[in-house]
Design a protein. Structure first.
Length: 302
């Protein structure tokens, strides 16, 4: 496996691979790789001739500088994990290398250069993280341009982000975007790079999210199809954690899985996804589950 530290060299490598007629799988990451990332890399390796992993902590998608500064970074560790999973190339770079000649005198990308993330960016994450999805859409478009992949792999835990990415794909017509199931720890906590910042006690508090999602799944299986009722189930399940000050909920709501809307949908749902964002201590966590498709979340009892 090769490790390259600038996107220009990575682009040359990718162009050589595709010129040989080989398929190229791509897993974009912000590093701090975990079992969820490894599963994406493994799937790419199984479905493509060569696999590329990017490791870039993108400052454009952080709405708080403190969150960006606290994000764990260890490129050598990430490269070793990616190699073990079968990746052929890991590359990184700086913002000025991804946007050469485009930054202003303060080292920032002008707002006029940010991409419109589209209708999937409204509501929920888009409401609580101003500018986040514009930063996501901007870097994803640049990464697609750099790598030119056949297929690109994303985790379902970032549900709304995956819709934004699919919008970027639709504009270009490629690559194929494959959204893979959320990977969970044995406790039920969704794998996340941010989990590294949780204390053991906070990790137990974080299980409130998975328990609430399971409660919504159980209600769906019992025949509940009204979004307001499902939202109430999420709220009731999270209430003990909120009352005990174990978490601070930003949102917990249900959306139609096939037609994104900024507000809670009306009427009887045929498909649904339940989404939660909450802070556990200083760490912001998100999680979601497709109520109509996924098996019940297995989660430790309190």
């Amino acid at each position: 496996m090769q490790l390259l530290r600038d996107p220009a060299s990575a682009r040359t490598w990718c162009e050589e691979v595709t010129a040989q007629g080989q398929t190229l799988g791509f897993v974009p990451t912000m590093g701090a790789l975990h079992a969820g990332h490894v599963s994406l890399i493994a799937r790419s390796v199984a479905e493509n001739d060569r696999t590329v992993v990017s490791v870039f902590v993108n400052p454009l998608q952080f709405d708080q500088s403190s969150d960006f500064e606290a994000y764990p970074q260890d490129l050598e560790r990430d490269a070793a994990l990616a190699a073990e999973a079968g990746a052929d190339l890991v590359f990184s770079g700086r913002l000025d290398q991804f946007f050469e000649g485009e930054l202003d005198e303060h080292g920032r990308l002008p707002g006029s250069s940010l991409r419109d993330p589209g209708p999937a960016a409204v509501g929920l994450e888009g409401e609580h993280r101003d500018g986040h999805f514009a930063g996501v859409a901007t870097i994803v478009a640049r990464l697609f341009q750099c790598v030119g992949p056949t297929r690109s792999y994303f985790g379902a835990k970032d549900y709304q982000q995956s819709l934004v990415v699919e919008g970027c794909r639709d504009e270009r017509g490629h690559p194929e975007v494959i959204v893979c199931p959320t990977q969970r720890e044995p406790s039920g906590l969704a794998f996340s790079s941010r989990n590294e910042r949780l204390s053991s006690e906070q990790r137990m508090h974080a299980l409130h999210l998975a328990r609430a999602l399971r409660a919504a799944q159980e209600s769906w299986r019992a025949g509940v199809r009204d979004a307001a009722q499902l939202d109430a189930v999420l709220e009731q399940s999270l209430a003990p954690g909120v009352a005990a000050r174990e978490l601070d909920v930003e949102y917990a709501s249900v959306r139609c899985a096939l037609s994104w809307s900024s507000d809670r949908p009306a009427g009887e749902l045929q498909t649904a996804v339940a989404l939660i964002a909450a802070r556990v201590g200083p760490v912001r966590l998100i999680d979601n589950v497709r109520l109509d498709l996924e098996p019940l979340v297995e989660v430790e009892s309190p």
